[in-house]
Design a binder for this molecule. Sequence first.
Ligand code: ADP
Ligand code: MG
Length: 499
Amino acid sequence: MTTTEPVIVELPELAAQWARIRARLQGEVGDAIYRTWLRQMILGGMDGDEVTVTLPTRFLRDWVTSRYGARISALWQSENAAVRRVDIRVGSAVPGAIPRDDATCDDRTFYAATVAAPSIEPAALTVAAVYPPQTPLRSPATSGASTQEDRIEPRSDLAAALDPRFTFEGFVVGKPNEFAYACARRVAERPSSPGFNPLFLYGGVGLGKTHLMHAIAWELTERTDRRVSVAYMSAEKFMYRFIAAIRSQATMEFKEHLRNVDVLMIDDLQFLIGKDNTQEEFFHTFNYLVEAGKQIVVSADKSPSDLSGLEHRLRTRLGCGMVADLHTTTYELRISILEAKAARAGVPVPVKVLEFLAHKITSNVRELEGALNRLVAHANLFGRPVTLETTHEVLHDILKAHDRRVTIEEIQKKVAEHYSIRLTDMSSARRARSVARPRQVAMFLAKQLTSRSLPEIGRKFGNRDHTTVMHAVSRVSELMQRDGSFAEDVELLRRLLES
Ligand code: ADP
Ligand code: MG
């Protein structure tokens, strides 16, 4: 658009022509391609002999221009002899329709925001307003009971192999993961339920995100006798597949494969940060599937709102279903997981060893599991039973890495702050409960988080005897068993100190 006066008078007529062109295109290319690529085109307006059509992304614009640009021009000319040129360009959202942070997850709002028009020019905005896209949000072909063709098998090249150990049965549930577990179960039982689509699982490394995703996939495929097709892949793999598809000019096939699945799971979405084109592609696939009533499950290391490198509209969209957090493990959960894994290990592992591991390796379940596996492998190899002694020996390197650099002074400071007592009371002789209990907690944490011996710890607490430290450790453990909120307090302190 170069001149100043857009031809507003002709807009209704133009819109009617555009509607006919779209219908003809749809007839020519078929529903699937039309929905994938062309539906999002929106009429910008007409200026002189040039018609503007916009698409929401550069990627879509390039694709449509290269494949259908000539055809779209020809159709325009057959509809309207005055049209000489068709400008297919990238259009952002209509001002005001852009989802804000508080944007609702209503499909229509979102739809308007993603496909609405483009141009910064008033005339174009008018056209968008009088000519909203009429495509239904859920096409009957894809939303109702799925036909046999809908339920195609996942293409083996698109679905990564699922780990047979990662089932719901093999997942140990505790406070930190019970919500995520319940959500995953729910999605596996009733995919695409309102409120659970997408399911967004997030949490730190090794806390069970991948495990839960595989569990959903296993459950779904088994329960439905493989009638529900599930594609699971890491975001990284998604990107490589996508790039490979572009290189071999097979993006259509890539899209078609993905758009034919009933459930799409993308693991470690944070990988797409900074990979704009892939993000774009994922965004469109995502929208397509959600509109078609298909389930999406995504995992990442942070919550949608904290994934600041992802496009805003994608983050908004990701937060629209159910967001479930896998919290860092508690001592209790680590013990339960170790017990479950040890029970299947084939060699007896003493409780003392499990407790020791649960105390020492707190960062993630993968490392915990790795440590246990190593002990078991060692026991099998040398025919020696697992004991605390062999544990120290075999896991020497791991334990060293886990020897936190946190000092007793730091522990005392944090604990004193937490309980609002003076730092000097950590080594004072005062025995009032209000200072004695925090002091015991600090001793307990010093025993757990440092490699100092009991006498060394005692010395740092006003030259107390090692038996006092021992007593403090057992007293705090005992209280943690009995008093949930006290246990949470101590766990919180531990996490603060470890981070
Ligand atoms: P993430 O994907 O969050 O990094 P994974 O799902 O790969 O973590 O989990 C790491 C390892 O820990 C896997 O072997 C997994 O089976 C195990 N794991 C994690 N959480 C649990 C749990 N609650 N119960 C049993 N195993 C678990
Ligand atoms: Mg993972």
